[in-house]
Write a protein that binds this ligand. Structure first.
Ligand code: ADP
Length: 202
């Protein structure tokens, strides 16, 4: 029997994967229920960090810090924006667990208010997908992101040269044709299963 999830039986299957999310989970990683099913697994976060060209990255929706930590571990300087005060403190704490707190500057507030205040050419976007229920809808549109994905991308293209967006596997790619941008696509694979995709706009 595995350890019982402290956040409820409904997210037990995510708890069982906690070492996939953070290899150093037992070194004191702080997480909450939403963070548990939203965080990017460490292996994937590192692959994204390696594929991203810029040296200074704005992470738009910080969460509990999985992506910010991976960017920092590849030597990049990170400005990590997070709306929620508790999550911001989790990011700072988790960055210390991985020994990369010197490369991560956290900013509490709204992405749309804060992102243009820092000097960076690259933005990484992993906007809220509305929890695990997105899987039931069959197809994922830009307006399923919250805030709306069109608003996020319009703002990102205005303020950054390199835009990296993580999307669910059921994302409707016809949705991004309107931006008229070239892009590379990366499958995010864990244990042989594609769990999400990353779009690198250029
Ligand atoms: P959820 O908790 O709904 O599953 P995520 O954990 O994927 O969503 O969301 C990522 C993070 O983005 C959350 O920690 C949330 O607080 C944060 N966030 C949401 N909206 C904004 C915003 N406008 N600016 C900055 N951070 C935001």
């Amino acid at each position: 029997m595995g350890e019982t999830c402290p956040f409820g039986t409904d997210v037990q299957r995510y708890w069982d994967k906690r070492f996939e999310y953070f290899l150093r989970f037992n070194d004191g990683i702080k997480i909450d229920k939403e963070g548990l099913y939203s965080v990017t697994p460490e292996k994937i976060a590192l692959e994204i960090a390696e594929h991203t060209k810029g040296d200074v990255i704005v992470v738009a929706f910080g969460g509990v810090g999985g992506n910010a930590i991976a960017f920092a571990r590849t030597g990049k300087k990170v400005y990590c924006i997070e709306l929620d005060e508790d999550r911001k403190s989790f990011i700072e704490h988790n960055a210390k667990v991985y020994g990369v707190d010197d490369l991560i500057h956290t900013i509490q507030g709204d992405f749309f208010a804060k992102a243009s205040t820092v000097s960076a050419k690259t933005v990484f976007l992993d906007p809220p997908w509305g929890g695990p229920s997105y899987k039931e809808s069959g197809s994922f549109k830009l307006n399923n992101f919250s805030p709306d994905g069109t608003k996020i991308l319009d703002y990102a293209f205005l303020n950054f040269d390199e835009v990296v967006l993580m999307v669910p596997t059921i994302f409707d790619f016809s949705e991004i044709e309107k931006f008229d941008k070239q892009y590379d696509l990366q499958d995010n694979v864990i244990n042989g299963e594609i769990i999400s995709q990353t779009i690198y706009f250029s």
